[in-house]
Design a protein around this ligand. Structure first.
Ligand code: FCB
Length: 429
């Protein structure tokens, strides 16, 4: 049948709570303060305790897929120690999802690490691959028979930029050459995971979730800004998918870095996960320390979100067409809005889902849409202040949940689309 996955997305650290990892350690050491902000990890959305209730909400919304991650630090708190109680709980969670006929899309790496990781086998070293594959083997062995969709890494380039390019995430480095080396090591690890998963589970689908941004010149009339927007597009959106085909991670960013090394990927990816949120304006600045300026303006007329991001739904269609050229299946693994005005969230979803379905009609192999996020949760540099969820979390009232009108809206939309697909299927016979 013409199956389409209508899902919701989350990540372990952002929702579960009661975790100690590199992020909480970084926060305790004051790492986030360097940015002038100081998010406090107040136990995400306490999902680790409330998951049974939460999964009932998933069922109520009527999704047929759920994208989530398992917390590495919880499962492997020490290099030589795997926590079987944590694995047991994840197993219960997984089995409940399957019981509800909700297809799990498991993300293996979503930004966080055990606290020991960066000191022992950091991504900049070639030891990281072995460490991560050893961890992933444990999940593969335990859950492999129940998971068809694997997302190896979430936004590796975003993570590498934050952790090695801009000192925002632990381990807090800023060296662009190391940042590229980290991307290379992560891609190499993806390829190792791909081979291991496929040899254990030949029918599994293995992909990567990649962040895509529409870049535009801040000053259209200025050739330098136009060139910069093209360069950023090529670096941020195209460099990684290109490496899958060419087996080289290669980029020259004038005045910033030049990198060209082999990486044996051999196009090993079954699908691309598209994370799409906004259009960003770029400008050259006369500032040697920060030569590129970024900002957002409401050019589309769709407005800015509480994150300050410009909503630009047409951009999703543009990205989907671009990704279609890579010749793989596509899942929109993240798309969402931070807002306390739920009517805006509904408009945001409608606009982006309309573009998704349009792309599908145009022949783009888009097979699913996951709204970010299921629950209001911890947003990395912003703490709990930004609300992306379809489910409201009351942080002052013991994390009480309530469905927002947008959840009911999504539920209706899923129902209508699913009925339509079923009747189209029947007509074929
Ligand atoms: C993405 C992240 C996700 C969430 C959204 C808003 O870049 O993958 O965890 O924070 O942004």
């Amino acid at each position: 049948m013409n199956r389409f996955y209508w899902g919701l997305a989350s990540s372990a650290f952002q929702t579960e709570g009661y975790i100690q990892n590199d992020m909480t350690e970084w926060e305790a050491l004051g790492g986030f303060r360097q940015d002038g902000k100081n998010p406090i990890y107040r136990h995400g959305a306490a999902h680790w305790q409330r998951w049974q209730q939460d999964f009932k909400l998933l069922q109520k919304i009527g999704v047929n897929a759920y994208r989530f991650s398992m917390e590495w630090a919880r499962i492997q708190p020490e290099f030589d120690c795997f926590d079987h109680k944590a694995l047991d709980q994840y197993e219960r969670m997984l089995d409940r999802l399957l019981g509800l006929k909700i297809e799990p899309f498991l993300t293996l790496h979503h930004f966080t690490h055990p606290a020991w990781f960066h000191a022992q086998t950091p991504w900049v070293s070639d030891k990281a691959q072995e460490t991560f594959c050893r961890y992933a083997d444990v999940l593969l062995e335990r859950f492999g028979d129940r998971i068809n969709y694997w997302i190896t890494f979430n936004e590796p380039l975003v993570w590498a930029l934050a952790a090695y390019g801009d000192a925002k995430f632990p381990p807090g480095k800023n060296n662009l050459n190391d940042m590229m080396l980290v991307v290379k090591n992560i891609l190499q690890t993806h390829s190792c995971l791909y081979r291991r998963i496929k040899s254990a589970l030949p029918l599994a689908q293995v992909g990567m979730a990649k962040h895509f941004i529409i870049f535009a010149p801040r000053r259209k009339w200025l050739a330098a800004d136009r060139k910069l927007a093209d360069l950023l597009h090529s670096f941020f959106n195209e460099m990684v998918p290109r490496a899958f085909k060419s087996n080289r991670l290669k980029f020259r960013f004038p005045f910033l870095f030049s990198f060209d090394e082999p990486v044996a990927l051999n196009n090993q990816v079954d699908f691309w996960g598209v994370n799409y949120y906004y259009r960003m304006l770029a400008a050259i600045r006369m500032n040697f320390r920060r030569p590129i300026g970024f900002d957002f303006k409401n050019i589309s007329g769709e407005g800015l979100t509480d994150m300050g991001w410009e909503i630009y739904s047409e951009g999703l269609l543009r990205i989907l067409k671009q990704v279609a050229a890579y010749g793989k299946d596509i899942y929109i693994t993240e798309n969402g809005i931070a807002t306390t005005d739920d009517a805006r969230r509904i408009r945001f979803m409608d606009a982006h889902i309309q573009k998704t379905l349009k792309a599908e009609q145009m022949g783009v192999p888009v097979r699913g849409y996951f709204y970010w996020s299921f629950l209001d949760n911890y947003e990395w540099l912003e703490g709990n202040s930004k609300r992306f969820g379809l489910v409201h979390v009351d942080y002052r009232q013991d994390f009480a949940r309530s469905l927002k009108p947008s959840a009911a809206h999504y539920a209706r939309l899923i129902q209508i689309d699913t009925t339509k697909r079923k009747s189209l299927e029947l007509k074929k016979f």
